[in-house]
Ligand binder design. Structure first.
Ligand code: ADP
Ligand code: MG
Length: 694
């Protein structure tokens, strides 16, 4: 029988970094950065941009004494993983000279000279320290990914480099240098000559019925019929990847001994525990073929060494936000031709390779977009716009902010409307004290607004618990419904009738009472990491509020674990989720969302059962966390609310708002009419004296 082997070697690789392309041009890179405020560095994925540039700049004295170099990463896992790698290369302990800082986890100290951080974390640092005084160099890495936060940093750091002595390095793996260079006032471009091997590309002759099935068949075919070499297969998500791993392992086990070489099948996706993730970097037996099933994370942010075969189904999972309906659509969409090229390139890093594209050449040329649409153009911008508002930039009109690629005005208008409705900005588009307080919390806007309300209602601890549980990627091990039977031991029937938030609160409270036991996780199918992470987030959130109170009091809630406590929690959620209220249809379990573009939708079936009363009816009024469409529009994470809590909000939601004024385009109310007319904006009226939400 052929073997599917486990990973039993946990010594990290120690291959030399001197022959990485970037290292060979160390002097040129250092002097380019020395002589220019902004430098664009282009180099193939795997050429050493992420791991080497910061070290080069430090060694060559570009990083001023007593200051540090910040290297941003769009992905949290990449920030952590490369920081560890660089610490290892430099032979230092992580958290000292080399550290990382990601949301809810800071492994840096006063000594830190090289700091890897997510682009989101650097944005937060800018709030506290608008000139980023700690750093003499900032590297905006993986710029080609065009993540939302990196795009915002482009605009803000462009201003900052002209205001103070700060070096900015933009790195990209794709040849979009001209665009970056032009945006940064013709910044010089340094292209690191690549050293790649030819990759032979095979296209499908006809479109497969199922890209997943086709991927599995191709993996098996290549494994059985070609010579040695590791394989990298791009899939769209965790579930699909786990399924593929099982399918291929089973297939290999069923083959007669000697028919094919042994294999090691490895998954690679963002929410995989870090030690499992780093297995792709470990040395392994060359006689064993490694087959790695990965998400897009392996396209450019993590370079898996030794890949000879790439299998590319040509798709990626992506969230697209619709500003009209407030709906997120999670879609499997075709990749762009730039991405297709990147993926194929993964096969030729160490020797000549082969890429099997599971789509036709025609599809590539006719159906797939040329370039990837930046995240800023397909995501909800509430958090981003609030952020820009709280920075207090002089004369800021968010509609005309210097974006590299501006988002559609409908996305900005939607964000402004939502911010106004929750009371984060005033009718003139200025951040209110509520808005500023929201910005100081590392949570998505609706949850941070709920936290601000919780402070007023004296239910901070419970609301923090719920916010923390909703902020971790995965609390439940299986699907939520798998766990519900045993969860009835933790939450009462009444709790279930109130919705997910009440149940999440009860789970956490029971875990807390158990003394945070691990046994507890097993019994209720909870994720160890998820729960521990929730505990950490909660601690940090409470820390923020404790600092604000300037007192040692830790007993935030007088009503915790009582019905009144739950009422207050739900009222806080009402304040946060004003723009996410849904009303049930009469005698029907369908819902209609409130607001200008109301949508018909349903509570996700996995949740609906628990919420139904004895007549099978769901609550009349709910707030929801997310409206997402897969096959149909579904509401996720819903909480029952009482109609009397939202009468004011409903009135407000029916009002028209003056978007132009909210965006900051009108300096004083007197200018409003003429400016509106001139710019063609709809001159809607709004009562300027009315506070949006009490
Ligand atoms: P780039 O940013 O240009 O894509 P990197 O600096 O990420 O390149 O990678 C340079 C080299 O370092 C690659 O060969 C990659 O495999 C290796 N490498 C990166 N991270 C790790 C890690 N955590 N462990 C071992 N090797 C790594
Ligand atoms: Mg990189």
């Amino acid at each position: 029988m052929a073997r599917a082997v486990g990973d039993d070697d946990d010594h990290p690789s120690t291959s030399s970094t001197d022959d990485l392309p970037v290292s060979r041009y160390a002097n040129d890179i250092a002097s380019a950065v020395k002589t220019n405020a902004v430098t664009v560095v282009i180099g193939e994925t795997g050429s050493g941009k992420t791991t080497q540039i910061a070290q080069i700049l430090l060694r060559s004295g570009v990083v001023a004494d007593g200051s540090a170099v910040a290297v941003t990463q769009p992905r949290r896992v990449a920030a952590v993983s490369v920081a560890k790698r660089v610490a290892e290369e430099m032979g230092v302990e992580i958290g000292k000279e080399v550290g990382y800082s990601v949301r809810f986890e800071d492994r840096t100290c006063r000594l830190t000279r090289i700091k890897y951080l997510t682009d989101g974390t650097l944005l937060r640092e800018l709030l506290e320290d608008p000139t980023l005084s700690r750093y003499s160099v900032v590297v905006l890495d993986e710029a080609h990914e065009r993540s939302l936060h990196t795009d915002i940093l482009f605009g803000l750091l462009k201003k900052l480099v002209s205001a103070r002595e700060l070096k900015l390095v933009i790195t990209s793996a794709t040849l979009d240098s001209e665009k970056f260079s032009t945006y940064f006032d013709d910044a010089p471009v340094f292209t690191v000559p690549g050293r790649t091997f030819p990759v032979q590309i095979a296209h499908a002759t006809e479109a497969p019925k199922s890209y997943f099935q086709s991927a599995i068949e191709t993996v098996v075919d290549v494994h059985v019929n070609t010579g040695p070499g590791d394989m990298l297969v791009f899939l769209t998500g965790q579930e699909e990847i786990e399924k593929a791993c099982r399918a291929v392992e089973a297939h290999v086990r069923s083959m007669p001994e000697g028919e094919c070489p042994d294999v090691q099948v490895l998954p690679l996706y963002a929410s995989l525990p870090p030690d499992m993730q780093s297995r792709v970097f470990h040395p392994h037996d060359p006689n064993v073929r490694r087959i790695i099933f990965a998400t897009n994370i392996a396209e450019t942010s993590l370079t898996v060494p030794g890949i000879v075969f790439v299998i590319d189904p040509g798709v990626v999972k992506q969230v697209e936000y619709d500003a009209m309906t407030g709906m997120n659509a999670l879609k499997v969409v075709p990749i762009s031709s730039v991405q297709a090229k990147q993926r194929a390139g993964r096969a030729g890093r160490t020797q000549a390779g082969r890429c099997y594209r599971l789509y036709t050449k025609d599809a590539l040329e006719l159906d797939m977009p040329a370039i990837t649409r930046p995240e800023i153009q397909r995501t909800c911008l509430v958090g981003t716009i609030l952020y820009l508002k709280t920075l207090n930039l002089k004369g800021l009109d968010v509609m005309t902010f210097d974006f590299l690629d501006p988002p559609d005005t409908a996305l900005i208008a939607d964000a402004l409307r939502q911010l106004y409705f929750v009371g984060a900005i005033d009718p003139d588009g200025k951040a209110t004290s509520i808005g500023r307080e929201m910005s100081s919390l590392p949570l998505e806007p609706c949850l941070s607004r709920a936290m601000v309300e919780a402070k007023r209602l004296d239910c901070v601890a419970d609301t923090a618990t719920v916010a923390a549980m909703l902020s971790v990627e995965r609390v439940f091990l299986g699907q939520h419904r798998d766990a519900t039977e045993s969860l009835h031991e933790l939450a009462t029937h009444e709790d279930f009738l109130l919705g997910d938030h009440a149940v999440l609160l009860r789970i956490y409270q029971a875990w807390e009472s158990s003394g945070y036991q691990r046994k507890f996780h097993q019994r209720y199918s909870l994720s160890d990491r998820g729960m521990e992470f929730a505990r950490e987030i909660r601690k940090q959130l409470l820390g923020v509020f404790k600092d604000k109170r300037k007192s040692d009091r830790n007993d935030f809630d007088c009503f915790s674990r009582t019905d009144e406590g739950l009422n207050r929690l739900r009222q806080s959620l009402c304040a946060g989720f004003v723009t996410k209220i849904a009303h049930r249809l009469p005698n029907h379990n369908g819902y209609r969302t409130l607001g200008e573009n109301s949508t018909l939708c349903q509570v996700h079936p996995s949740m609906a059962r628990q919420l139904a009363d004895k007549d099978g009816l769901l609550p009349e009024w709910i707030v929801y966390h997310e409206l997402i469409t897969t096959s149909r529009p579904f509401l996720r994470h819903v909480c029952k609310i009482e109609p009397e809590w939202i009468s004011k909000q409903r009135e407000l939601l029916s009002k028209k708002v003056n978007i132009h004024r909210l965006s900051g385009g009108v300096l004083s109310p007197g200018d409003a009419e003429s400016t509106d007319a001139a710019s063609g904006h709809e001159a809607d009226t709004v009562d300027a004296n009315k506070a949006p939400v009490e």
